[in-house]
Design a protein around this ligand. Sequence first.
Ligand code: C2E
Ligand code: CA
Ligand code: CA
Length: 606
Amino acid sequence: MPFREHPTEEALVQCRLDHWLDSESWSHNVTEMIVQQRPLGEVMEALCRHCGRRASERQVAFYLLDGHEWAPAARGNLTAEGEEALAAVDPAALSDAVLAWNGLADDRLGYPFEGGWARHLMSGIGELLGLFVSLADGPFAPFGIHAARIHSVCRFAALAIEQKNLLDELVFKANHDALTGLFNRNYQERVLEWTLSQERNQAGRRAALLSVNLDRFRLVNDVLGHSIGDRLLAEVGRRLGSGLEGRAMLARPGGDEFTILLPHVESAAEAGEVADRLLGLLAEPFRVGGHQLFVTASIGIGCSGAGSTVTSLERAAYVALYHAKRGGKARWMHFDPSMAATPPERLEMEKQLHFALERKEMLLYYQPQVELATGVVAGAEVLMRWRPEGLGIVAPGAFIPIMEETGLIIEFGRWALGEACRQGMEWAARGGGPLRLAVNVSAIQFAHPSFLRDVEQALASTGFPPECLELELTESLFIGDLAGAARVFRALQSTGVAFALDDFGTGQSALAYLQRLPFQRLKIDQSFVRPIGDADRCPPLVENIVRMAESLGMAAIAEGVETERQATLLRLARCAEGQGYYYSPPLPADDFAAYRAGRTRAGQET
Ligand code: C2E
Ligand code: CA
Ligand code: CA
């Protein structure tokens, strides 16, 4: 055992006294330094200096863990000999010594290693923070006043390190988002504030703030669970980061929102280019936990101008984002002052929607789906409307996204299913035969565990024939989890309902799933129908879609048929049905019944 003998009790008392007298002044100094949050290196240098008066006692150094290695953090006034000794210390030997230490040895004594002795710097809760290393004493721990002084020095050093670690952690936490490690709103706002203040002094400088929000992220959370959602967010953060250069600053203020500060852009168009690049980066599917996830995002851009503040710029980006979402998602938009009024409205709407069912403000409209060849009303699409008191009729574009984001769609969708079936039975009871009713189903609803039950319940409680109920689904359903979607499909199929693929051509359009999933009908999106004009036939694309539907055993229906010409050309392209203002806009239940009766009486001609 290379340690010296334990000092006698008497010697210890004497040395404590000496030490007390000695430490009075320097401990005060060091405490001051720690309280003033002086840099750790400085505190440690001071501690080294205080370590001893004799030159040999100053051959000391502190080591801190740097990654997995011990690195010298501060050193005393080393003599040339000491420097040499320090350079000769093998960090691996230190690590071995640390590992060998079993935590039971009296750490006042320290332990030897090749070239000196060391002792631990421990935190209040027993974590190893660093090492105090003495090079000149040989492999012998000090005793007497020297030992007591070193003990104090080590206590102070530990305190200083702990304080620094704690501060670092607090500062990091205060400025970063825990999930992604990106900056948080707080930090970015401070940088933005600073950027704007610089701008005021330099004419022609502009900053841009991009507010990025993932589309239908809620769905990922609801369907695949929060842990997958969290991992996806982290991945998205990494990918967005990879698309930024220079001084661009990426932050995650929370949820599925990311913000990017471009402190200096030449023009608004430059910010648009960045947005384009970011959207492009997200286009590649993500692989998370064995799932392949397709992610799109919407981006709102605000650019600073005279008088911009942090709040006004954030608001501009947010409002633009809101409009990008409303404009169909997966796109970016610049803020335009004419947009300004919307978000408060939206908040109010969200509040009012919560009571809409209870206040009986929801109703369903029915839009005829007409056989192109005969003009017969073959069915109706069921479309939700909201009539809040004193506000007239609100179209679904304004409230369905809110319902989807808030989850209200589950409850309202359930209501729509039940109400459509009830109405269908009421019409059937008045004669005219059962009518096919197509009810829109949000992806969130489809993925919800209660959906199958909701469908069964709607059918059972009304007696509506299942084969007359058609569920309109969109491609967004298949984000990644095709297998999961297929399972829900099979379960739903057993109830006897039919399926229509809505808005065909607007989404990912991965044709693979069309073969695997049992759609009876394919709804050609309005955007394909609109260009059908004066030529003497449908654009080849439309013809091809119809042919493809046929070959997969599906009937095609064209949405948004507005002119007679479109109806005629679609009929010539062998599209089975059409739906649109040319025939009729969506109608309240009674008007629809009248329309249908009229069509029948008119000999199915008009
Ligand atoms: P969608 O499923 O694509 O519904 C067709 C939309 O096109 C309807 O808008 C309809 O009014 C409109 N439309 C019909 N004919 C024409 C036409 O000739 N020209 C033009 N330009 N538009 C036409 P609406 O009723 O405003 O509904 C918008 C969307 O809201 C629907 O799009 C659907 O995605 C959603 N939605 C409506 N009701 C429900 C519902 O009960 N549940 C769910 N989840 N979504 C719904
Ligand atoms: Ca639809
Ligand atoms: Ca549609």
